[in-house]
Design a binder for this molecule. Structure first.
Ligand SMILES: [Zn+2]
Length: 365
């Protein structure tokens, strides 16, 4: 992530002035005769220019400075100045905004420069970072039941099996993600009571073909067990940063020279660890918001889980609760509680995707 640079030029609103801001879009209703560009060379009134750019205009007549904002990118200008600032840091030249008696206006040339500036930044962002795929991995399955909790609750026998809880939660998260992100590849390692091996699950994730600007995230869903029947709560695990994976494949390492491979690995490791911690935190927040006081938040933890360790991507493992605790087992057997857990995990993933795509690599304003 690039470090935010010092803000050299802030729009009026940041300096505490009451600035007039217009949303360009609302002016799209202007009759075509008025909205059409003026005669050759005649500048376009600022509100119409903003509408054409689909940008939000802020203008402070007191300081004769203003800004245009589109998709999170701000472009700051001053009346009569050929120098404008993009995202508070990048100076560039444009045909000066002017006022020839009828208020602030932009020439066609200035508009073209501004449009180009916005488009370039938007294209760069779109091309650089996106979560193209999300792989949901219900833990265990088939011959592998995972943890099993057997209790007597209110005179009734209660049997809670990890593989079933993991599948129910995963299918809910999977369905919600597919609805939310119809254009992304949402995958699941099993959709029934089958048993893909750990190697097969990781291979499934690593086989997803991605462009260099695309990322995949991996979320493995489990339930917990402990000899201590009092243990309860949910937690999210990520890979221990001490552990160094071999991420660079053999051919790439040979091309790069053996010496460089450990460095590349360390860099990739750092990157994936950072993203994994962020993903884990977003999911914890999502769960916290939905679960509330029903079950304790045990926090984000680091460990060397196989399924996480071998995935070349931001990856976490969610432990939804303890099947060995009678109260929690009762919760995990309850469809309404599972719905809440799934909503929490889903919300965390969606929030992480938004964060990853909006913040990563883009200088903070
Ligand atoms: Zn498990």
């Amino acid at each position: 992530m690039e470090r935010p640079r010092q803000r050299a030029f802030a729009p009026p609103s940041h300096r505490g002035f009451v600035a007039a801001c217009y949303l360009g879009a609302i002016l799209l209703a202007v009759p075509p005769v008025l909205a059409a560009p003026g005669p050759r060379g005649a500048p376009l009134p600022a509100a119409e220019a903003a509408a054409r750019l689909k940008a939000r205009l802020c203008w402070d007549p007191l300081t004769a400075t203003g800004s245009l904002e589109r998709n999170g990118n701000a472009l700051s200008f001053a009346l009569g100045s050929p120098i404008a600032l993009f995202r508070y840091t990048e100076a560039f030249v444009l045909d000066p905004p002017r006022d020839e008696g009828a208020g602030l206006a932009f020439s066609e040339a200035a508009l073209a420069t501004i449009e180009e500036r916005f488009s370039q930044a938007e294209a760069a962002r779109a091309a650089r970072f996106s979560v193209a795929a999300i792989l949901i991995d219900p833990g265990h399955g088939g011959k592998d039941s995972g943890a099993v909790g057997e209790h007597l609750v209110g005179g009734k026998r209660l049997r809670v099996v990890e593989k079933d809880i993991a599948l129910k939660l995963s299918l809910r998260v999977y369905d919600a993600l597919r609805t939310r992100f119809p254009d992304r590849r949402i995958l699941i390692t099993r959709s029934g009571d089958s048993y893909p091996s750990l190697e097969e699950r990781v291979a499934m994730a690593n086989e997803v073909s991605l462009a260099s600007n695309e990322a995949i995230i991996y979320v493995s869903i489990h339930a917990n067990a402990s000899f201590n029947k009092n243990a309860r709560g949910y937690e999210v695990w990520y890979l221990n940063p001490e552990y160094r994976r071999t991420l660079v494949d053999g051919a790439a390492a040979a091309r790069a020279g053996e010496d460089i491979a450990p460095i590349l690995n360390a860099m990739l490791e750092e990157e994936f660890t950072t993203e994994s911690i962020l993903l884990a935190r977003h999911i914890m927040n999502g769960l916290g918001a939905r679960i509330g006081a029903d079950s304790p938040n045990r926090g984000v933890r680091a460990e060397e889980w196989f399924v996480v360790r071998n995935a070349k991507m931001p990856s976490v493992l969610v432990e939804a609760g303890f099947v060995t605790n009678p109260e929690e087992a009762a919760l995990l057997a309850n469809e309404d509680y599972l719905r809440k857990l799934a909503e929490g995990i889903y919300t965390g993933i969606v929030d992480f995707v938004g964060y990853f795509e909006s913040m990563k690599g883009v200088p903070a304003p």
